[in-house]
Design a protein around this ligand. Structure first.
Ligand SMILES: [Zn+2]
Length: 494
């Protein structure tokens, strides 16, 4: 039997504001779409937290035995602030500053994003489509929305008619905003605007002469509105209705609200069953942001090269720190918290490694199966990683108690403990045992030294003291001290 049939997963749905029992549309398979990065600068730790939150979701669903199709897009065009009326395309802006082709900007920061994600041991999504690779699909959606009567063309640009949509479908379902309130809180439309209502948003924009990235369309030589790509790519790869749509909290409005409107206008049904939003990472209590300089880049963290850090931290420690908060709560980033996480992580790894040398008893004094289920219960409760980590520390306590002879474990229970810890630490949380990597090297080192010790013993047995002294002295030169005792020769590293 697949694990998903035994475990009852509940996910907080941002649209109903309730934890709901998760039941995928197709039994045993999950379709998940997550809004990916806009590739015009290095991702900061705040962005990383969002992607790592969904890596945890992806990993746990896979661990439960679901076949998951995880789609995460790359926004490489069309992400305009304020629908391009007063904003600028950040990719074009960066291309001007760095004197690069827009596609060079895109390539540079896509590579950086992938490298960063792989340092964090995040799994790549199943499909990673780009906005520029789906212009035809986006144009089709615009045509469909026009045909349905929810969009209009003015001077080569196409806008979504929010007021008309709201009458039949209700706009604001996800964010809980009410269109009447939005209207009464908005100032008059700018005189030059082509929009009928300030709440309308661009589906297609006619390119101004300075715009380098543009494509032909039935309305003008132009480019798609930002919200459109996610509707186009999620529909193409996951269907008109799919299981999970995720993203950062800041995307709830307007981005996700607009995605819902576009999809409902086309397909007359709700595109997403479960909306998930990951909360932000703050630094010194304030939102991480590029413009204010209040942010930390992953590489600064890995090298310790930032004034707020006292030292370098490994990606796995940073990840462990982030998973000590549930994805829906705000997490404040600080040096002290990272230092504490590093200690905790090392403690956990020490006890995990101690599992191999535990002695077994006939009977267990501890209910390992109940503990195992409590790990699942934590994750089944809306991916509550801090509770899972607390359970792993419970196991760590148990391991120490067994070592000291205060608790006992049967052979079968020790196996369950080992497998469960391995599954959750490495497969679900996706942590890596950096220390054990040095340990593997340590094992190789110790085998090499043991070999030299036995060669030295042979030399001594043959009364070849020149060779035996040479081995001892040269090992000492590289910092390895040999000690001859009653039990034979041991060594220590200086
Ligand atoms: Zn999106």
């Amino acid at each position: 039997m697949k694990l998903f049939e035994q475990q009852e997963l509940h996910i907080y749905n941002s649209i109903s504001k309730e934890k709901e029992k998760f039941e995928p549309i197709h039994q045993g398979a999950v379709g998940m779409y997550v809004c990916g990065p806009t590739v015009y600068s290095n991702v900061h730790m705040g962005n990383c937290r969002t992607f790592l939150s969904f890596d945890l979701v992806f990993r746990y669903l896979k661990h439960l035995g679901y076949k998951v199709r995880y789609v995460r897009n790359i926004t490489d065009a069309g992400h305009l602030e304020n629908d391009g009326e007063s904003g600028d395309d950040p990719i074009l802006k960066k291309a001007r500053i760095e004197k690069l082709e827009p596609m060079e900007v895109v390539q540079k920061y896509t590579v950086d994003f992938h490298e960063t994600m792989s340092k964090f041991n995040a799994l790549p999504p199943s499909i990673e489509p780009t906005a520029t690779g789906h212009i035809i699909e986006q144009i089709e959606i615009v045509s469909k929305i026009i045909a349905e009567g929810y969009a209009y063309e003015v001077n080569g640009s196409v806008y979504f008619d929010v007021v008309k949509f709201d009458k039949k479908h209700k706009y604001g379902k996800l964010s809980g905003r009410n269109l009447d309130d939005m209207i009464s809180n908005t100032r008059e439309l700018a005189a030059q605007s082509d929009k009928r209502n300030p709440q309308d948003f661009a589906l297609w924009k006619k390119a101004e002469p300075q715009h380098i990235m543009h494509w032909p369309s039935p309305w003008s030589e132009g480019f798609p509105g930002w919200h459109l790509e996610c509707t186009a790519m999620s529909t193409k790869y996951l269907g008109e209705s799919f299981d999970i749509h995720g993203g950062g909290m800041d995307l709830k409005f307007p981005h996700h609200e607009c995605e819902i409107a576009q999809a409902e206008a086309c397909n007359h049904k709700s595109p997403v069953n479960t909306w998930m939003h990951a909360n932000m990472l703050t630094l010194n209590g304030k939102k991480m942001s590029k413009s204010t300089g209040n942010n930390i880049l992953p590489d600064e963290l890995f090298t310790g090269n930032n004034d707020v850090l006292s030292k370098a931290f490994s990606p796995t420690v940073a990840k462990f720190f982030m998973y000590q908060a549930q994805y829906r709560s705000i997490l404040d980033f600080s040096n002290d918290a990272l230092v504490a996480s590093e200690k905790g992580f090392n403690r956990l790894m020490d006890s995990y490694r101690a599992l191999t040398s535990l002695s077994v008893a006939k009977k267990s004094s501890f209910d390992v199966s109940a503990w195992r289920q409590s790990c699942y219960d934590a994750m089944n409760d809306d991916f509550n990683s801090p509770i899972l980590i607390a359970q792993l520390f419970e196991a760590s306590k148990l391991i120490n108690a067994v070592k000291e002879g205060n608790e006992t474990l049967s052979e079968a229970d020790l196996e369950i403990l080992k497998t469960t810890m391995h599954d959750f630490i490495f497969d679900v949380l996706g942590l890596t045992d950096d220390v054990s990597e040095t340990n593997t090297n340590g094992d190789k080192l110790s085998s090499a030294v043991e070999l030299l010790i036995s060669l030295r013993n042979q030399a001594r047995a043959n009364k070849d003291f020149a060779t035996s002294d040479q081995i001892r002295d040269q090992l000492q030169e590289v910092g390895i001290q040999l000690k001859d005792g009653k039990e034979g020769t041991t060594y220590s590293l200086n």
